[in-house]
Each structure stands twice: as structure tokens, then as C-alpha cells.
Write a protein that binds this ligand. Structure first.
Ligand code: PEP
Length: 252
């Protein structure tokens, strides 16, 4: 049975003081989250602080992006091996903000997926359609294209080492959430597309939903059969909201 994963994407938010307060709050309430694993993904500069504060806790941490390169003359970049140095377990790959604001293509995302796996870390691969694409009936085609690029470079079995996050772009940071049925439809599509190549991988892979998941809609979303957790933006910046989403996870 797949366990629920609740991952917080802090984006470019925080200060040492705020990180301290947020982690203190999450640690205090983590024992109340019985049916989900928790992960936080701070900006790179706070990874050392996060590693120190969460060491020995049940909460894992990760990064929000990574370089596809291993080392060398790549100013401003951070490699997967470096992230490992800070005991990161997860790396978010291909978030829609990286795709739209920083020009990350499907191929670049696939290369980053490879770099993360090579370092022994777990990629959280984001896929999802724009509003115009949904309205044009292209949701499945877009998600399939994003997924297939990763499979083409890494092989289907590589998905067993990763996590997928379905994030409809129109729902990210907008307060609009996909309905549980809309989300379930796409999650089931993703799982069936993987199953067409490898049933075992499809059964195992965790597929998270992301897009304005909050304490008041988490239980309904997490109750859907193919939704295995959440990638949380805004609500992950408040310890109580993040924990409440974790508590909404059903027993498996
Ligand atoms: C995200 O950025 O991955 C996200 C899901 O953000 P929000 O929860 O704020 O919509």
C-alpha cells in the first residue's frame, strides 16, 4: 500500500528566524500526523539550518530544484551531490514556475531527474497543464508529454525511485483547487500510462496533488484512490496548516 507523502514547497520565502519558528512548530506537531510522511523543501540557503534542526526527527527535507551537471563552471548552480551533503532526501524537479519563468524544457527536466537519481536522491517530478490547455482538452496530452520525456531518458523503471506531483498550473497559488474528481481523473491517467509499460512501477509510484491544497480541502483530495499525498505551497508556510494537511491523511 502506498503511504501518503505531504511535501512543503516553501519557494523563495523565509529568513533564519522564520525558518526556526516554522520548523519548531512542525516538529512540535509532527507526532499528531499518523498516516503521512512529512517533507519540507526550503530555499538552498536554509538547507544547513533545516538539516541541523530536523536531524533525528521524522521529518525529511529536500530542495526545490537542482543542476543537471555534477560540478564545474556553472555559476549559481547547485548539484545533486551537494544536496546530498546536506542530507536532502528529495528534490523537486520541473515545477511549473521553473518551466515557465526559467525556461526549463521537458528534456532539461528529464536530465535533472537523471542527476537526482544518480546521486541517490528522490525526485519529485512535477507535471501539469495550463488553464488554456485544460480548456482546449489537452490536459492528458500535456501530462503525457511531460512524463514521456522523463521515461524516454531514464527508462520506465526509474519512476519507481521517484514521486510524481500532478500540479494543474491554473490551481497553483490561485486559491482555485482541482475538484477531487478532476484531480483523480488525471492521477488515474498518469498511473494507467505508467501501467501500460510496467504495472509494478505504476502500483508503487506515489502521485501527489499540488495546487492550493489547504486544511479545508485536503481530506477530500487525499481520500481519492490515486492521490497519494500533496505538494503544498502557500499552506506549507504555516506550521498549523501544514500539519493539518498531514493529519487529514486517511489510514491506509
Ligand atoms: C506549488 O507551488 O507547488 C503549490 C502547489 O503551491 P500552492 O499550494 O500555493 O498552490
Amino acid at each position: 500500500m502506498r503511504r501518503i507523502l505531504v511535501a512543503g514547497n516553501w519557494k523563495m520565502n523565509g529568513s533564519t528566524t522564520q525558518v526556526d519558528a516554522l520548523l519548531t512548530g512542525i516538529k512540535q506537531g509532527a507526532a499528531g500526523v499518523q498516516h503521512a510522511d512529512l517533507v519540507v523543501c526550503p530555499p538552498f540557503v536554509y538547507l544547513q539550518q533545516v538539516a541541523a534542526q530536523l536531524a533525528g526527527s521524522s521529518i525529511a527535507w529536500g530542495a526545490q530544484t537542482v543542476s543537471k551537471e555534477q560540478a564545474g563552471a556553472f555559476t549559481g548552480e547547485v548539484s545533486a551531490e551537494m544536496l546530498k551533503d546536506f542530507q536532502c532526501r528529495y528534490v523537486i524537479i520541473g515545477h511549473s514556475e521553473r518551466r515557465s519563468l526559467y525556461g526549463e524544457t521537458d528534456v532539461m527536466v528529464a536530465e535533472k531527474y537523471a542527476a537526482v537519481r544518480k546521486a541517490g536522491l528522490t525526485p519529485i517530478l512535477c507535471v501539469g497543464e495550463l488553464l488554456a490547455e485544460r480548456e482546449a482538452g489537452q490536459t492528458e496530452a500535456v501530462v503525457a508529454r511531460q512524463l514521456d520525456a522523463v521515461i524516454a531518458l531514464n527508462g520506465i523503471v526509474a519512476l519507481a525511485d521517484g514521486v510524481i506531483a500532478y500540479e494543474p498550473v491554473w490551481a497553483i497559488g490561485t486559491g482555485k483547487t482541482a475538484s477531487p474528481q478532476q484531480a483523480q481523473e488525471v492521477h488515474a491517467f498518469i498511473r494507467s500510462r505508467i501501467a501500460a509499460q510496467d504495472v509494478a512501477v505504476a502500483t508503487q509510484v506515489q502521485i501527489l496533488y499540488g495546487g492550493s491544497m489547504k486544511p479545508d480541502n485536503a481530506a477530500e483530495l487525499l481520500a481519492m484512490p490515486d492521490i497519494d499525498g500533496g505538494l503544498i505551497g502557500g499552506a506549507s508556510l504555516k506550521a498549523e496548516d501544514f500539519l493539518a494537511i498531514g493529519r487529514a491523511a486517511p489510514a491506509s
